[in-house]
Write a protein that binds this ligand. Structure first.
Ligand code: PLP
Length: 412
């Protein structure tokens, strides 16, 4: 029998959130975020990749729990500042492959270190802010990722600097202050691959041959989306990196702090997406369950064929018969045939087995705390939905529902 995945948030709390805020909505669990952060406490610095879940209140939690923050846009810098992170220390790092004029002004004003992803960035920052603190994001010349769209290295990746030597000579020419090296590869739970990444980092560090203060292992720590997914062993992961840092540190004769830059690992499992069944449709011999969220809310299945565990809660407290299950496809309301949550990477749809449901029952998408709300859009002119945080059984609305008028106001 297939293993069941437990709901991270109590049913009672989900039902009260539905009663107060209506569906659809996102719910996050504070305690899960805290638990995940604690798992990484061996790392010198935990830098939250806020693009995975950028709500200011989530950022405030990260700050309170001692994490630092990564920002990939001007908007994310503003969010970090609003959440209380400071610019002129190591709190915020701006990571990107480009920097536009407005963002450039902001990082200079607030003295925010930038993680250089292109030669053009070096020239831009170098010209107006000598001595600016910079990191160098190196393309290790091989890649990985959970999907070809998330590949982060190699010749088909736009991320990081390819010609390290050129980058270094320009950093010197402009008198920029190189403080760290960065490599972000979706390393998964494959330790042989990880060793390859570490080896590439050692090689780059020796090539650069400068005293630096930080090395970042990037993000990409996996979480078990499927019930039989292997969990990453943080201890071995840390050990492999620590060994490489020691090696680099001894050769360059300087103290180096090990950073990790997770997004999903910290927040994915803390979040669920709650939707309501609006139609149960029989199409020839296939059953479509249509809910009130679409890929405008949760895009991962449509974009990458990502899997999210799905469970059901009844609207009226009736016991759902877990023995007599029905085979269904789960879809959303969008006027777009790809608006299906049960689809593979090649867009093929598949069925899942769920208890016999009725209209008005709730479909819950698990592990949607990362790249859920933060990737939502207004496609089909559907307003953004609320985000609720649960801490010690208290519900806090940390983002209210967008109104249709707010959505239209940019055009009127
Ligand atoms: C997206 C990203 C991360 C986080 O990736 P996760 O898979 O969510 O851990 C970390 N660092 C950089 C530079 C990123 O672009």
């Amino acid at each position: 029998m297939k293993k069941l995945k437990k709901l991270i948030i109590k049913k009672k709390n989900i039902l009260s959130a539905i009663k107060i805020y209506k569906t659809p909505l996102w719910i996050y669990d504070y305690k899960t975020i805290k638990k995940q952060i604690l798992k990484l406490k061996k790392f010198d610095i935990i830098r939250f990749a806020q693009k995975s879940c950028s709500n200011i209140h989530i950022l405030k939690i990260m700050k309170k729990l001692g994490a630092k923050i990564d920002a990939v846009s001007l908007g994310e810098i503003e969010r970090a500042l609003k959440a209380g992170f400071k610019g002129n220390c190591n709190d915020i790092v701006y990571t990107s492959d480009i920097i536009d004029t407005q963002t450039l002004k902001k990082v200079v004003l607030h003295k925010i270190p930038i993680n250089i992803g292109s030669i053009d960035m070096i020239k831009k920052i170098g010209k107006i802010s000598p001595n600016h603190k910079v990191w160098l994001r190196i393309n290790p010349k091989f890649g990985d990722g959970h999907n070809k769209k998330t590949n982060t290295g190699g010749k088909n990746s736009k991320h990081g600097v390819w010609n390290t030597q050129l980058a270094i000579s320009l950093i010197q020419k402009y008198n920029l202050n190189l403080i760290g090296l960065h490599m972000h590869i979706g390393s998964g739970a494959d330790y042989n691959h990880l060793k390859k990444v570490c080896y590439a980092m050692i090689k780059s560090a020796l090539l650069i041959n400068k005293k630096i203060s930080f090395i970042s292992a990037g993000g990409g720590l996996p979480i078990p989306y499927k019930t039989n997914d292997k969990k990453i062993n943080i201890k071995s992961y840390h050990k492999i990196w620590k060994k490489s840092i020691k090696n680099i540190s001894e050769t360059l004769k300087c103290k180096i702090k090990l950073e990790i830059e997770p997004g999903r690992f910290l927040v994915a499992q803390s979040g669920i997406l709650v939707s309501k069944i609006e139609s149960i449709k029989i199409v020839k011999n296939q059953t479509f369950i249509l809910v009130n969220v679409g890929f405008n809310d949760l895009i991962r299945p449509a974009l990458y064929g990502s899997y999210h565990y799905i469970s059901v809660i009844s609207k009226d407290n009736r016991k759902l018969n877990t023995l007599k299950k029905i085979k269904v496809v789960i879809g959303g309301p969008l006027c777009e045939s790809g608006d299906i949550f049960t689809q593979k990477e090649n867009s093929e749809i598949y069925t899942i087995k769920i208890p016999k449901v009725k209209l008005g029952d709730y479909i819950i998408f698990h592990d949607t705390g990362a790249y859920g709300a933060s990737m939502s859009s207004n496609y089909n002119s559907r307003p953004l939905i609320p985000e609720i945080l649960i801490k010690k059984n208290v519900l806090n609305q940390i983002r209210r529902r967008q109104t249709i008028n707010e959505m239209l106001s940019l055009e009127i």
